[in-house]
Ligand binder design. Sequence first.
Ligand code: G3P
Length: 212
Amino acid sequence: MRIFLDTALIEEIQALADIIDGVTTNPSLMAKAGRPFREVVEEICQLVSGPVSVEVTALDASGMVKEARELAKIADNVVIKIPIGKEGIRAVRTLEPEGIPTNVTLVFSPVQALWAAKAGASYVSPFVGRIEDRAGDGMELVSQILQIYDNYGFGTEVIVASVRHVKHVVEAALLGAPIVTVPYAVMMKLFDHPLTEEGIKRFLADWEGIPR
Ligand code: G3P
């Protein structure tokens, strides 16, 4: 399973750049960075060798394609995040044959994910946390998408997104999702366990007691 970091904050990316498999951003995360958009994208792409998802803001296919072509010039690892919809699907169908990888985002239903795969998207991002914010079952959606993609042999990779807690990462891994994108605060919890900390302390204390 590949683990991406869901942030546009350079300091968070710097802290983990050597061990993460990619980065995902969106306009809200870019706003939190509070710096010129293009400059931030350039810096992220220099720090991370894996895919870096950057979202377009146009609402029509030709506008999306225009923005995407400009963003793709920034670095080889830029992936264009495109909101699902008829216009988004049209944009994906234009960009993928040009060799510009896309990540179809804001996916909340299995048929939206089906359209993304049919259009040839490289990635699809179901937002599990936002579904669960409304008492839905985000992981059931991921499971259905994985089943549909398997049924038809689609090559589109699922990025489990809108992750809220460690359990989402565990559930994504149990379902065999190929990628999860995790906010920094949750990412830090993936390494820790109170018993690990306690165990290290005890081992070190015992080590000090060994005669040398
Ligand atoms: O990358 C986009 C996605 O992860 C958004 O998450 O927390 O805004 O629902 P959130």
